[in-house]
Design a protein around this ligand. Structure first.
Ligand SMILES: Nc1nc2c(c(=O)[nH]1)N[C@H]1C(S)=C(S)[C@@H](COP(=O)(O)O)O[C@H]1N2
Ligand SMILES: [Mo]
Length: 409
């Protein structure tokens, strides 16, 4: 991926396109203000005065969300709910770059995804994708940094606790069907590389900020190009018109506003891949030889009750998932992990990549309790007790830190 392919939205001359000169001027107009903040606010999204949410996520349920920044919204721990799917208006949002202008949603059927590294490469519109095939897959969407707030070294990045995760239904076409249409993957390709459709502000080296992620070619088995989330057209906030979804993989690999999917021999040299999202010891910088945030491991946490309860019968709720593997079971402890009881799943099993709400009914006398949960995947891998400390606070699935202290009185 040596070149920076042109943005599909540059082509239309629509007034609201991201590259419309006036609009662009507007976006960059605030750059001086942000210069000291580095990449934090390349171009802030509009945010109506007094409104609890930025405009592009104005349709969300503000009561369910913690607004870390205009580009970073977390679902409150008690807002996950007990349903099998996370309501769209409560799902977290994470943008490394500001979301593209809403103008890209004006002609969603005409949105083009360039497919490269196949035997017959070409650009393909959403209208065409919809004619190739369709499937609905339920998967957990979880940011690599979910649980970062529990790392004691103060890892830099958003201090997510549990709410940079949700479980949603994606509808789209399996990428392998698109690839078959285009003659199959070209020889010698080892990775699937997706490129996001954000406009890169002028004057910046695209490689330093662009969202371009490579995953091992094996992920083609489950990769999808999706246009619906929870049975509704994919919103701009969640990557519309078209998003690359890799069920079982961390959030960052699920490239929003995808404008290119390329099969490549090596991984992209974009910073977000080469040095970002790399697991390494505290104090060490990122480099391509370190593990990348790809497949998600087994994880669970309690969602209710979170602080207090009345004595007597208590229902303890939570969510559990196997990540890239299926989920086998989940246990709950009310004494910080000394004794465990098997919890019961709530609602239907929506497949290998979905999470499952769970519940355990128990009797609690007045006192203080430490509620923890521990899931096991279908490969027999058990959620570990401890986190693995690492520089950026990635991949925390340790059950101990995710516990809650409950006062029964
Ligand atoms: N194009 C693009 N895709 C992206 C991102 C982004 O900034 N731009 N952020 C990634 C990260 S880090 C995460 S955790 C998820 C968040 O998905 P959501 O905003 O739909 O919850 O999107 C991923 N895909
Ligand atoms: Mo993320």
């Amino acid at each position: 991926m040596s070149e920076f392919p042109h943005h599909q939205a540059e082509t239309p001359s629509g007034a609201a396109g991201p590259l419309n000169p006036e609009r662009r001027q507007l976006l960059l107009g605030g750059a001086g203000l942000l210069a000291g903040a580095g990449l934090v606010g390349l171009s802030p999204r509009a945010w109506a005065q007094g409104s609890p949410l930025p405009d592009y996520v104005g349709w969300k349920n503000a009561d369910a969300l913690i607004v870390h920044s205009a580009n970073t919204l977390e679902t409150k721990r008690d807002a996950i709910g007990r349903g099998v799917l996370t309501p769209s208006d409560q799902l977290f949002v994470r943008n490394n770059l500001p979301a593209p202008d809403a103008g890209i949603m004006q002609d969603i059927e005409g949105w083009e995804v360039n497919i490269a590294g196949v035997n017959h490469p070409r650009a393909i519109t959403l209208a065409e994708l919809k004619r190739i095939g369709v499937e609905t897959v339920v998967s957990v969407l979880q940011c690599s940094g979910n649980g970062r707030a529990f790392f004691p070294h103060g890892a830099s990045g958003t201090p997510w606790t549990t709410g940079a995760a949700g479980c949603v239904a994606w509808t789209g076409v399996p990428l392998r069907e698109v690839v078959r249409e285009l003659g199959g993957v070209a020889e010698g390709m080892n990775y699937l590389t997706g490129t996001g459709g954000e406009t890169i502000p002028a004057g910046l080296d695209p490689k330093t900020v662009m969202v371009e992620r490579s995953v091992p070619l094996a992920a083609l088995e489950q990769a999808m190009l999706v246009w619906e989330m929870n049975d509704e057209p994919l919103s701009l906030a969640h990557g519309g018109p078209v998003r690359l979804v890799i069920p079982g993989y961390y959030g960052v690999n699920n490239v929003k506003y995808v404008r290119q999917v390329a099969f490549t021999a090596g991984q992209t040299d974009a910073a977000i891949q080469a040095t970002g999202y790399r697991v390494r010891e505290v104090g060490v910088s990122g480099s391509p030889d370190q593990p990348s945030m790809w497949e998600m491991p087994v994880k669970s946490w309690v969602t209710s009750p979170l602080a207090s309860a009345s004595p007597g019968r208590t229902l303890i709720y939570g969510v559990a998932f196997g990540g890239v593997h299926g989920l086998a079971g989940v246990e709950v402890s009310v004494d910080g992990g000394s004794r465990w009881a098997e919890a019961r799943f709530l609602g239907p099993d929506l497949g290998r990549f979905a999470w499952r709400p769970f519940v355990l009914a128990t009797e609690l006398a007045p006192g203080e309790y430490r509620l923890v949960s521990r899931a096991t995947d279908d490969q027999g891998q058990v959620q570990p007790e401890e986190r693995v400390d690492n520089e950026r606070g990635y991949g925390h699935n340790g059950w101990k830190d995710h516990g809650v202290t409950l006062t029964v009185a």
